[in-house]
Ligand binder design. Structure first.
Ligand SMILES: [Zn+2]
Length: 383
C-alpha cells in the first residue's frame, strides 16, 4: 500500500495543474496569453473594479453553480438532436488545432466512455433516465482537415461549429494538468465564441491517469464542482492550506505586497475571491467558491458526502513535495468522519486520518448528479 501510494503520488505531483482545474471566475478572458500572464490579467480586472461583485458581504449567502435559478450559469440546454419528441442535450466539442487533435485523437472520447460505459450512465434514454450526450462536433467533410478544428488555417473561427461548442486546447505555456469552464454559459452573459473551454496538458496524452483527469474535466463542463468544496466537508476531510505548494512564498508575498489592505494568508486560504485574486491553489479548496457574477455553494440535494466522486481531489494534488504522511498533505480524510463528526481542535495525524485516493472513474453518485441535472423527464424537480 505504501509503495503504491508513493508511485501514485509521483504521478499526481507531476500532474499538479498550476492554474487549478477551474479557470479564474469561469472567464476565459482571464487566462494568460503570450503577452499577459493570468496573474496580471486577474489583478488588472480587480484594479479596474471588474471583480467588485466577488468580494460580497458574507451575509448575502451563496448560490450553487448551475441548478439554482439565480445562478449565472445553467445546465446545458437541449440541442437540435431529436429522439422522438424528446430533444437530447448534446454537448459538442472541437479541437483548437491539429496539434491538440493529434495529441488527443481518442482520449476525450474515451473519457466520456468512462462516464457512459464504465460508470453506468448509459446512453440517453427513458430507461437510463437522462438526455445527455457529449461528443465531437459533427464533421461534414471528413477529408477536409480544417473541419476537425475550431479554427480554420487562416485563424478565423470555423463557422461550421456552433459558437457554444466546447473548444479543447493546450494548457497555456505548455503546462501539465487540465482545467475547464464550468457549466453552460448563457450567451447573454458572455457572447464570445468558444466561451466553453477545456485546456489539456500534453503529458496527459500518455499518462495512465490521463483518461480519468479528462473525465473529471468533463464533469466540470457539464456543471459539476469539486466535491471537497461542499459546505459539510469539514466533517469528512481536513484541508491543510499550509501544505499547498507555494504556501511559504505566498505568505511572504501577501505580507510584503498585499493587493488589498488587510489581506492575509488566512484570507487567501479560506476566501475564494481572495484566493482567486492571488491566483493561489487554495481557490480549489475553499468551502464554496465563485464564478463570474456569483458566489456558490454546492446544492447537494440531500446526497451524502462522496469521497469516491471523480470530482474529489486526492491527497497529493498541489502538495509541496511527495508527501508520505497525512500531516504533510493538503487534503486528507478523517477516520471517524461522518455527518456528526466534530473536527474542532483536531489535527490530522496517521492515527486519526488517512490519505485520499483520487477516483479513477465517476462514482454512482456522480452519475446520479448528471441524471438529476439532465433528466429524461423534462419536469425538473423543484429547485
Ligand atoms: Zn477540477
Amino acid at each position: 500500500m505504501g509503495l503504491l501510494f508513493l508511485i501514485f503520488a509521483a504521478f499526481k505531483v507531476f500532474f499538479n495543474p498550476v492554474l487549478g482545474c477551474q479557470i479564474p471566475f469561469n472567464d476565459v478572458s482571464l487566462i494568460g496569453n503570450a503577452t499577459h500572464s493570468s496573474d496580471t490579467l486577474i489583478e488588472a480586472a480587480y484594479r479596474n473594479g471588474k471583480l467588485e461583485g466577488f468580494f460580497p458581504n458574507p451575509a448575502t449567502g451563496w448560490h450553487d453553480v448551475v441548478s439554482n435559478p439565480l445562478s449565472y450559469f445553467d445546465p446545458w440546454p437541449p440541442g437540435v438532436s431529436q429522439s422522438g419528441s424528446r430533444p437530447l442535450i448534446v454537448v459538442k466539442y472541437c479541437f483548437a488545432d491539429d496539434a491538440i487533435y493529434n495529441l488527443f485523437p481518442t482520449l476525450v472520447r474515451d473519457a466520456w466512455n468512462v462516464w457512459y460505459l464504465d460508470s453506468g450512465l448509459g446512453i440517453p434514454s427513458e430507461q437510463n433516465g437522462h438526455r445527455l450526450w457529449f461528443n465531437h462536433a459533427p464533421l461534414p467533410d471528413n477529408t477536409n482537415k480544417d473541419n476537425k478544428s475550431c479554427y480554420l488555417k487562416d485563424g478565423r473561427f470555423n463557422t461550421i461549429f456552433p459558437p457554444e461548442t466546447v473548444m479543447i486546447l493546450a494548457q497555456p505555456y505548455g503546462r501539465a494538468g487540465a482545467s475547464s469552464t464550468t457549466g453552460y454559459i448563457p450567451k447573454s452573459k458572455n457572447p464570445i465564441p468558444y466561451r466553453h473551454r477545456m485546456w489539456l496538458g500534453a503529458a496527459l496524452a500518455t499518462h495512465p491517469f490521463g483518461k480519468s483527469v479528462i473525465a473529471h474535466e468533463i464533469g466540470h463542463i457539464l456543471g459539476l464542482i469539486r466535491e471537497h468544496q461542499r459546505a459539510d466537508r469539514d466533517h469528512y476531510v481536513a484541508f491543510q492550506c499550509h501544505n499547498l505548494r507555494g504556501y511559504a512564498e505566498m505568505k511572504i508575498q501577501v505580507e510584503m505586497h498585499p493587493k488589498r489592505p488587510g489581506d492575509t494568508i488566512d484570507l487567501i486560504c479560506y476566501n475564494p475571491a481572495v484566493a482567486k485574486l492571488y491566483n493561489f491553489a487554495s481557490a480549489d479548496y475553499t468551502i464554496g467558491g465563485l464564478m463570474q457574477g456569483t458566489r456558490f455553494e454546492f446544492r447537494t440535494h440531500g446526497s451524502v458526502y462522496d469521497l469516491d466522486s471523480i470530482m474529489h481531489y486526492g491527497s497529493t494534488q498541489f502538495a509541496q513535495h511527495w508527501p508520505e504522511e497525512v500531516d504533510s498533505m493538503p487534503l486528507v480524510k478523517w477516520q471517524a468522519r461522518g455527518p456528526n463528526f466534530d473536527p474542532k481542535g483536531k489535527v490530522p495525524t496517521p492515527k486519526n486520518a488517512d490519505p485520499i485516493w483520487e477516483a479513477q472513474k465517476p462514482s454512482r453518485l456522480d452519475v446520479e448528479r448528471l441524471k438529476w441535472l439532465y433528466p429524461w423527464d423534462p419536469r425538473r424537480p423543484s429547485k
